[in-house]
Write a protein that binds this ligand. Structure first.
Ligand code: UDX
Length: 443
């Protein structure tokens, strides 16, 4: 059993805290947000994440998990402090380090015993060394702190599962005995370990997210070629994925990536390139293809409705940036809703988890309680998030209650031929069809 303090109770911090507590450790969470700490103390988990509520409740009841706003109380007697504060993008793409800096200052002022500070926040390369220097500067009381970097790779929607079953654990630390102690803490997770230095660990996080986002933009580029050439991108992706060197992960074409990590980390990679005078053509292209992916919906609506765009009733199926979460950060659907509203459409939406949050952000959005209410009298339906329940909708019934039967599939959920058979005017991202190719050749 180790004594762990976690600074920051966002996705990464709260999941790490609940999971480490469940593995038998004593964990104290420290956050400066008093409302959040009060909610957590009364058993309310502020994020929507499968399994997290139960884990927090179980470990709070077992007195292994505690919450406080007081750094001194929260860090007293701890062997490990995990730094899990967020680092959102500034306008120029640089990660905003103010929360990291404030947390490090508070930690240094509160710690009076030897402790290992493990950074889990996604931070620019060199931050760990900066923290070491800051702590050793003598002005602060934290010179007994050793620093390690242990980037987190969990995904929203499967965060608990990902934390408990990681593909690898990266431990960046210049001191082998400290690295070993961090490794011991993760032993129950039985994952391969990568021991390295601070800078390498920090770059592994950006490189991993950057590569995954690049795959998505790559397949979205191919999707555009597929539409132009009458080819179905789903078949192309399947044909690629069977090559063992390529594999099938992160090759789903669609409206592109959103969320709190990929867009921000790509901007940070671009900024890093600029700072070192290295060509940024790759992150530039990934980001620009990603912007274009979400523009596909308004483009299709304009092409199909022409003058009738103004006053058209558009229904968005799904708002969250991906299924399994209520997170709307950088969600394609939100940009699409704004763009269609600007074009004079009435935008309705249904999402199993994110509708409430979306209505607060976009007051003109017309909320629907389910897919039927959404489709009733609508001109166009757009699948923006591939929630499982959208895969099993009675599309015949949907077709029968729409005003114009236009269906835009932004997430590869529908079978184009089946939809056309039901009478829909159907467009799917990258779903060029052989008959279109033939028709084009004959014309
Ligand atoms: C991501 C990383 O996967 C995770 O390792 C890191 O810690 C945080 O960032 P997350 O943002 O939760 O996790 O979601 P993820 O499941 O990776 O999806 C990111 C985005 O890419 C979503 O918008 C999703 O819709 C999109 N995506 C994903 C695609 O468009 N196509 C794909 O094939 C996969």
């Amino acid at each position: 059993m180790a004594r762990i303090s976690i600074v920051g109770t966002g996705y990464v911090g709260l999941v790490a805290a609940a999971c480490f507590a469940d593995l038998g450790n004593r964990v104290v969470c420290v956050d400066i947000d008093a409302d959040k700490i009060a909610a957590l103390r009364s058993g309310r988990v502020p994020i929507w994440e499968p399994g997290l509520q139960e884990l927090v409740a179980r470990n709070t009841a077992a007195e292994r998990l505690f919450f406080t706003t007081d750094y001194r109380d929260g860090l007293a007697g701890s062997q490990f402090i995990f730094l899990c504060v967020d680092t959102p993008s500034l306008d120029d793409g640089r990660p905003d380090m103010r929360r990291v800096e404030a947390a490090v200052t508070s930690i240094a002022a509160s710690v009076t015993h030897p402790v290992v500070l493990v950074n889990k926040s996604t931070v620019p390369v060199g931050t760990g060394e900066w923290v070491e220097e800051r702590l050793a500067s003598g002005k602060l009381a934290g010179s007994q702190v050793s620093v390690a970097s242990c980037p987190e790779f969990l995904r929203e929607g499967s965060a608990v599962q990902d934390f408990m079953h990681p593909d690898r654990i990266v431990i960046g630390c210049p001191l082998p005995d400290v690295a070993r102690r961090v490794a011991d803490l993760h032993k129950p997770l039985a994952a391969p370990l990568v021991f390295t230095d601070l800078r390498t660990a920090e770059l592994i996080k950006f490189a991993s997210n950057g590569y995954l986002a690049t795959r998505i933009s790559f397949v979205n580029h191919i999707a555009r070629l597929c539409e132009a050439t009458g080819v179905d991108v789903q078949e192309v992706a399947r044909g690629m994925a069977l090559d063992s060197r390529i594999g099938d992960g992160f090759l789903s074409p669609g409206l592109g990536f959103g969320g709190s990590c990929f867009p921000k980390d790509l901007r940070a990679l671009r900024y890093l390139g600029h700072s070192y005078g290295i060509d940024t053509a790759l992150p530039d292209a990934v980001l620009s293809i990603n912007r274009a992916a979400r523009a596909w919906v308004p483009e299709q609506v304009r092409a199909l409705l022409g003058e009738r765009v103004h006053g058209a009733e558009i229904g968005l199926l799904g708002l969250a940036f991906k299924p399994g979460t209520d997170d709307l950060r950088e969600a394609p659907a939100m940009d699409i809703a704004r763009e269609l509203q600007r074009a004079g459409c009435t935008v309705r939406a249904y999402d199993p988890a994110a509708l409430h949050k979306a209505s607060a952000l976009l007051p003109d959005l017309v909320p629907a309680r389910n897919a039927w209410e959404l489709a009733e009298g609508a001109d166009v339906l757009v699948i923006c998030t591939e929630w499982n329940e959208f895969r099993h909708l009675d599309m015949k019934r949907i077709a029968s209650i729409m005003r114009r039967r236009i269906l835009l599939d932004g997430r590869g959920v529908c079978d184009p031929a089946a939809m056309r058979k039901l009478g829909f005017v159907f467009r799917g991202i990258g779903r060029g069809q052989a008959w279109e190719r033939e028709a084009g050749r004959r014309a």
